[in-house]
Design a protein around this ligand. Sequence first.
Ligand code: SF4
Length: 307
Amino acid sequence: MRRAYSATPRPRGGAGRPEPEQLGFEGMPERLFVCTPSKLGSYEDCPRRYRYSYVDRPTPPKGPPWAHNSLGASVHTALRNWFALPAERRLPEALPTLLKGTWVREGYRDEAQERAAYRRALEWLESYVETLDPAVEPLGVERVVAVKTSVLAFNGRADRIDSRSGPDGPELAIVDYKTGRTGLDSDDARGSQALALYAFAAERVFRRPCRRVELHHLPSGTVAAHEHTPESLARQVSRAEDTARDIVAAERAVAEGGDPDEAFPTTPGPICTWCDFRRSCPAGAEAPTKDPWAAVDRVLTPAAGDA
Ligand code: SF4
C-alpha cells in the first residue's frame, strides 16, 4: 500500500534546511505527494514563495493582512452560513446578520472604507441570493473532497458542489465564488487547475459525473463556466502531478545539501506586489508597493474611473 508523503520536511537544526524525510529505497513504492490546490498553485506561481510557505521553518515573517482577503473571506463565510440556514429562513433579510457575524476587519484603511466595503459586500450577496432557489440544497458547501492518483494525495475544500440534472442523469458542478474586481470568462474557468482537481475528486467521491466548473463573480453577477471532458481533466491532473514531481525534486535537492535558493528560484513579476513574503524575498524588494487596502479601493471604485 502506498504511504502518504507530506512534501513539507521537518527542519533540521534550524536554517530552514529540510530533513530528508523517509527517502525512498530502490524497489520501494513512491510515496504520494500530499497537496491542496493552493499548495500546487503556490509553487506554480513562484517556487520561492512555495518554499517560504511550506518548507522554511520558522516561516519567514509575512506582511500585514490584505483587506481584499478579509472581504473575500467574509463573503465566502456568509454564503456558507446562508446554506446552513433551514430553507425557509434563506431570505435576503438574513444577510446583514450573516455578514456582520462573519465580517473580518483586518487590512482596511479606516472605518469609512470598511463600512463602504461591508455595504458593497451586502449588495453583492443580496443580488446573488436572488439567483438561488432556497429550496435547492447543494450536495456540499465548503466540502472537502480528496482523491489519490499514482503521484498525488489531493484534498481540497470546494466552495460549493451542486447536484444537477444532466442529459444522462444526475451530474455534479463545482462552484467557486470570486470577489475580485476583475470579471472572469470561460477561459479562466477552463484554465483553473483547482476547479479541475475538485471536479476530478468530486466525481470519484460521489461516483457521479462532474465535468462542469463555474466561477461565480459576485461583483458583476456573472458566471464563467467550462465543461471539462475526461481528457481535459486528465490533462490537469497530469499537470498537477508534474508540479508535484518538481516540488519533491527541489525538496530532495535541498535535503541532500543543495542550495535552497537554487532549488526554489524566484520568479519575479506582478504577483510580487501582492506576495505575503515580499519583505523576506530579495526579488520582492523591486516590486511596486501597495497598501493593504489598495485592491479593495479598486473594488469600491466605479469601473469607468479605472485606467
Ligand atoms: S516576492 Fe515575488 S519572487 Fe519573491 S517569493 Fe514573492 S512572488 Fe516569489
